[in-house]
Design a protein around this ligand. Structure first.
Ligand code: ZN
Length: 337
């Protein structure tokens, strides 16, 4: 069997152990037995790079996050990634364009993309967007699963539809336009359906859901309907498959006793419906309950082997492992170059 391709992954929450007081307790430089991702486990599993999310928790479930608080936490999160790069002694690089991502892959260095999961820290007038871009920000999820100044996110109710709540606000539409202009990826995961269709109408970039699955197979509001999948394909975009068992299983349960084949089903469905060019990885490492069979980032080779067993050939595997993500990121970021 040829060497397995390196993986680019659309979403992880690993940074939180570096800046969120509620999650701290390990570093990402040393291998840990808790959580899913650190640099040694990335190397062992062939994790070549990914989107590293900065996230601001709600003060209470569903409650809005105040701007000043969001900015304080977000700036701490962004700094934790830049510090990690400085401390990693060449094992991780914050990548800001397609060429530096490709170079990181060639050099065997983890290529980390700075991502905001929810745009709460962006001032509604976008005054600080340029400064955050300067720090390395290259991807923004407009919302997490709550409303904010830009749009409305979906809840996690099992069996629910993503069609809940209004579309983007005027500020949300302006943020999409600014991201297009600057070459920042707009992430649709967590966004409600009205907001999704607003972005589909307005954005000039490929449509991207960094960590979502197939609604037809697992009816969570966090997953994508067939019509949404078709729109992503029409834009030459990508879906990163989320490994959280609640978004994979037909019963939406948090259940470690979920076989790897449940992940494979979602890859297969998207490849069959809209083409292998539009599916990739979106693990949600350190933000979810994973299949025990996958375990953590060290289990990624087992998933690639399961995809190969399900009929993904060598070139298909290269595309889903990183080729598709590289294409979409290059097309999205070139506007800012
Ligand atoms: Zn998420």
């Amino acid at each position: 069997m040829p060497k397995r391709p390196l993986i680019f992954d659309g979403h992880n929450d690993a940074l939180q152990v570096l800046y969120n007081p509620g999650k701290m307790g390990r570093d990402l430089l040393e291998e840990s037995s808790s959580g899913h991702l650190d640099l040694p486990r990335a190397a062992a599993g062939g994790f070549g790079g990914g989107m590293f999310a900065v996230f601001v928790s709600s003060p209470r479930p569903g409650a809005a996050v105040e701007l000043a608080c969001a900015q304080e936490v977000t700036e701490r999160g962004m700094k934790s990634l830049l510090d990690l790069e400085a401390r990693a002694q060449g094992r991780l690089r914050v990548v800001r364009d397609a060429a530096s991502l490709e170079r990181a892959f060639r050099d065997g260095v983890v290529g980390a993309v700075m991502h905001l999961e929810g745009a709460e820290a962006i001032a509604p007038g976008l005054e600080n967007l340029g400064a955050y871009y300067g720090l390395g920000l290259r991807s923004i999820g407009l919302v997490w699963s709550r409303p904010n100044a830009f749009g409305t996110g979906v809840d996690f109710r099992s069996g629910g539809s993503p069609d809940q709540g209004p579309g983007l606000t005027a500020e949300g539409k302006a943020l999409v336009a600014a991201c297009n202009r600057m070459g920042i990826l707009v992430d649709l995961s967590h966004l409600n359906e009205a907001g999704f269709w607003d972005v589909a109408r307005l954005s000039s970039a490929p449509l991207v859901a960094t960590h979502s699955c197939v609604h037809r197979l697992s009816p969570s509001p966090r997953n994508l309907t067939d019509a949404q999948l078709d729109a992503i394909a029409a834009s030459n975009g990508i879906v990163g498959i989320n490994f959280a068992t609640i978004f994979l299983r037909a019963d939406n349960r948090k259940e470690p006793d979920t076989p790897l084949s449940e992940i494979v089903k979602h890859f297969r469905y998207i490849a069959d419906r809209i083409g292998v060019a539009h599916v990739g990885f979106g693990s949600d490492f350190d933000g979810c309950t994973l299949s025990r069979e996958l375990g953590d980032a060290r289990g990624l080779p087992r998933l690639l082997d399961a995809l190969a067993d399900a009929g993904f050939g060598d070139e298909d595997l290269r595309l889903v492992a990183h080729g598709n993500w590289m294409r979409v990121l290059a097309a999205t970021w070139k506007a800012g170059a």
